[in-house]
Design a protein around this ligand. Structure first.
Ligand code: ZN
Length: 297
């Protein structure tokens, strides 16, 4: 049996707005409900990586509890989403991982087993922290040159933003040259962690849903198929923006969010197209925890 996972990286509107009080975040409600509708339709479970700080809101916590009770896996996406996480001091990395770990554990009574770094900003130090905390797997590695146009795009989107300079402050700028493309084990001290890099094809072209909005769908599906063909631990990375609409935004707040000009119906169809492609490859969609275990069994 071949497996795949859907990685829902919950980059919330709340985070984009700077975690305001008295703000009900559609990322946890209307937008997340659209993702859940697709999961119900195709009968699969997501792995949802949440930002710790978002769980300070009881209404967001309740939604995360509800998702966990339906069998979706909840992973750690750091406490405050610093875009230079991998390049921070080890003690600061530790704090980012630990605080998010604790609030997730207290919310769902299950310890998170997987991690993804904000903006894929990873490093050896981050792996050491995750291994020391007994994490089973990590999905922070972006082993593709496609990272560069993505960083440039992020930079342009954040002009005037407090986080602008952090975007290029990272320790993994050469990972595209030498990092393993396939699932592997990273060791530190007496422990190890399963590393599941973002799926790429043999030319190291990466595949995740954002790309489907940026290039012709015909070429996107070609890339997706070449990744499915080549990658055992295939997971498909999606974000709230993929199913967000203009109506989900707060007109009073400024934001740099992409892919909002597309009608919601088109976005739903595009996402379903990708799901069908994964299923057509003969894969069963499981959580990332199950995917990582199945690849080593
Ligand atoms: Zn993020």
């Amino acid at each position: 049996m071949k497996y795949a996972a859907i990685n829902l990286n919950l980059d919330s509107l709340g985070e984009a707005y700077g975690f305001p009080d008295n703000y009900k975040d559609p990322s946890f409600f209307e937008i997340a409900d659209r993702f859940m509708m697709i999961a119900d339709k195709y009968d699969f479970r997501y792995t949802i990586f949440v930002i710790g700080k978002d769980l300070l809101k009881p209404e967001n916590q309740n939604k995360v509890k509800e998702w966990a009770s339906k069998g979706h896996e909840i992973g750690n996406h750091s406490w405050s989403h610093p875009l230079n996480l991998g390049a921070m001091k080890k003690s600061e990395i530790q704090e980012e991982v630990q605080k998010a770990h604790e609030i997730i554990k207290n919310t769902i009574n299950i310890e998170p087993k997987g991690f993804i770094a904000p903006g894929w900003s990873t490093s050896r130090k981050l792996m050491e922290v995750l291994i020391a905390m007994n994490y089973l797997y990590d999905t922070s590695v972006f082993p593709s040159i496609v990272l560069y146009p993505f960083l440039l795009k992020m930079f342009l989107n954040h002009i005037g933003d407090r986080r602008l300079l952090k975007i290029f402050h990272r320790s993994d700028l050469l990972y595209f040259l030498y990092k393993k493309r396939h699932i592997n084990r990273q060791k530190a001290g007496n422990g190890e962690i399963i590393e599941m890099p973002l799926p790429t094809n043999k030319y190291r072209i990466a595949c995740w849903h954002t790309l489907a909005f940026m290039i012709d769908i015909k070429y996107f599906l070609m890339i997706m198929r070449s990744c499915l063909k080549d990658v055992q631990a295939f997971y498909y990375l999606v974000h709230p923006a993929d199913l967000a609409s203009q109506d989900d935004l707060d007109p009073k707040r400024k934001i740099h969010l992409e892919r909002l000009s597309h009608p919601l119906q088109m976005k739903l169809e595009l996402f379903e197209k990708a799901i069908k492609e994964i299923l057509a490859d003969g894969r069963k969609i499981v959580t990332l925890e199950e995917l990582s275990k199945n690849c080593f069994s």
